[in-house]
Design a protein around this ligand. Sequence first.
Ligand SMILES: [Zn+2]
Ligand SMILES: [Zn+2]
Length: 397
Amino acid sequence: MGTALNYGVCHNTMSDNGSDKINVVNTLFLVLTPIASILGLWWHATAYGVTWVEPVLFVIWYFACGLSITVGYHRLFSHRSHEASWPLRLFYALFGAGAFENSALNWCADHRLHHRHTDTPEDPYSASRGFWWSHILWVMIDEGGERVHDLSQVKDLQQDPILRFQHRFYLVIAVGVGMFLPALIGGLIAGVPGAVGGFVWAGLARTVFTHHGTFLINSAAHIWGTQPYGDANSSKDSPILAFLTFGEGYHNFHHTFQSDYRNGHRWYHFDPSKWWIKAFSLIGLKQGLKSTPDWHIEDKRRQASFESAAIAAGTDETRDLTGIQERMKNARSNFKRQSRALDKLLVERHGARKERQAARRQELEDAIAKLSDDIAAIRTEFAQIMNDLTLGKPMMA
Ligand SMILES: [Zn+2]
Ligand SMILES: [Zn+2]
């Protein structure tokens, strides 16, 4: 990471250089916004009464700012999971600032470090330092007495004039879009009560909800849930969290397949960010959506369940797992080879359909049927391997 664009030293070395300090601005903001929200909601309700205007503005701002973080800051800018046209990038830059989670460049620099060094001291919000550190304390405490965002992580994003502009005028945009604009719109609809309501509901209270939604991904999604794709790091899948965070709760999937535009990869997984990206791609405002092939996901899942079953079986010292590990290795490599071959044939079949080559089409159909049978046989072998492993069959090589 030591380059000319490195704006500071790494997180793990920072604390050696100076003592940790409370970041007064961040801390006051994070502590005062919930208090001001509760007082403001109560005062506004008693002084003016709540109409339809306030909840509607709240929901619009909650979605606009929340999706700008999950789709914009996270899946588009941090992970380059797809491409988006400039009006959408501008929207994410404006409403992402309104989420009060720093400029996109700073946010993505931290997030890329989080993925590169998950759970280690160089991870800015490492879950191995406990729930509260990863949830909120990392924002409140400047390690080594200085807040550092390693912008060498985001040189590609610095090429985007929209992101450079947003970085430069972050605070003005944040206050303007996140607080002033809902007040202005509330005021235009319903005068002073609407303006105060817009500010309190869609500005203050919405900011608190947006904050803690994001924070839960750094904390809870690294503590509670399942690990269907492996335990190489602490990330977890949790449908409940996905419900609260525009789909970001499938975090074990996300850490395993970072550049996938989906976090909930199945059609029924609750992932509004994925649906948003897909919808805009259908009208041409997004392109190049990256998604992991199903067989690759299946392979990772099978490997993960084999490994956890092997750990359980491995505690029995009378068993030698070498043979079954070898069987698993062979089955996986066959599965991957045949699945890749099948993908290729499916693409060819698509081309042949257009050209109306009947003979070639039949040839392809036969080859596809044969490969599909082979893959089904490998799946049976996978099931047999898991059976042998969990039922404790002797498995000498
Ligand atoms: Zn990520
Ligand atoms: Zn994570």
